[in-house]
Design a protein around this ligand. Structure first.
Ligand SMILES: NC(=O)c1ccc[n+]([C@@H]2O[C@H](COP(=O)([O-])OP(=O)(O)OC[C@H]3O[C@@H](n4cnc5c(N)ncnc54)[C@H](OP(=O)(O)O)[C@@H]3O)[C@@H](O)[C@H]2O)c1
Length: 273
């Protein structure tokens, strides 16, 4: 029985075990996926542990996505460009780093809109925004980035493309696609985006998924936009992880149902990624 898991700190509220174990069970694959809580100061030892314990595949979440890079044997060029690894494949004790978050964003968006040639507004410039900006630029969108800390928006634009704007100017933002990547709205009834600007966007996506329908998404729906919740990105990045480990892409509905059940289940009010 092969072992897989997720490293992060904290990680106890991850939805990934539910998602991956549901698929493993459904496909009759004899493997188990578990939580691997790993404090930042133990990251280096933890990565050695993956080799020592022959753990076949690992998801990587906050705060390890960047710090893990120098500890791996090889990094996929796309993960290297994005500057973050969210998936490790253990191939004969060589640890290979990949990024599937950007594919999660791309596939979630493509269910609702053709990205090529569109103007996209990205709100936030933290870790998750990197994969978002990379996906948008790669798919041919023009990107503007608004972040509370302007320098971080500038750095993101310099590294991956797009143009940075000051946070105060978000009230004047316009475009076809708006993607909210800050942690505002996580377990709170708040939106960082002024409601007045929403009606001009065709699609509004929030990568926060607790609650599933954030205040931003409720307001966007009211304004007539197509909306995409954060679980779509999580599910599609998970499908690509599964593909890297097992060579097959599970049905999105299977992972989504498992994630929703876990997220909405009783006593599960603390879930994150
Ligand atoms: N759906 C998915 O698959 C998925 C994947 C990854 C992450 N996420 C979610 O995305 C969110 C962000 O994650 P992350 O890893 O990017 O976090 P992060 O690296 O800590 O970045 C946080 C971002 O939120 C901004 N922010 C925080 N508080 C703010 C406030 N009060 N007003 C305005 N901006 C504020 C920060 O701005 P400053 O730069 O000014 O601090 C920064 O841009 C989390 O809720 C996470 O759960 C979802």
């Amino acid at each position: 029985m092969d072992t897989y898991g997720i490293i992060g700190w904290p990680v106890s509220h991850s939805l990934s075990p539910a998602m991956h174990n549901a698929v493993l069970k459904s496909l009759g694959i004899k493997a188990v996926y578990g939580l691997l809580p790993l404090a930042p100061q133990n990251l280096s030892e933890g990565i050695k542990g993956i080799r020592a314990l022959n753990i076949k595949g690992v998801s990587v979440t906050v705060p390890h996505k960047e710090a893990v890079i120098p500890l791996l044997d090889d990094i996929d060029p796309v993960a290297s460009k994005i500057g973050a690894v969210n998936t490790i494949v253990n191939k004969d004790s060589l640890l290979l780093g990949f990024n599937t978050d950007w594919i999660g964003v791309k596939k979630a968006l493509k269910e609702k809109i053709d990205i090529s040639g569109k103007k996209a507004v990205v709100v936030g410039a933290g870790g998750a925004a990197k994969a978002v900006v990379y996906a948008l630029i790669r798919e041919g969108a023009s990107v503007v980035i608004y972040n509370r800390t302007f320098e971080k928006a500038q750095k993101l634009a310099q590294t991956l493309g797009g143009v940075a704007f000051p946070w105060e100017e978000l009230k004047n933002a316009s475009g076809d696609i708006l993607i909210q990547t800050t942690s505002v709205g996580l377990k709170e009834d708040k939106s960082p985006v002024p409601e007045e600007i929403l009606s001009q966007f065709e699609v509004v996506m929030d990568i926060v998924y607790q609650p599933l329908k954030t205040r931003l998404l409720k307001e966007a729906e009211k304004a007539g936009c197509k909306i995409i919740d954060g679980l779509s990105m999580l599910v599609y990045q998970g499908i690509e992880q599964f593909y890297l480990w097992f060579g097959t892409r599970p049905q999105a509905s299977l992972m989504r149902e498992a994630a929703e059940k876990e997220l909405l289940g009783e006593n599960n009010d603390q879930k994150r990624n």
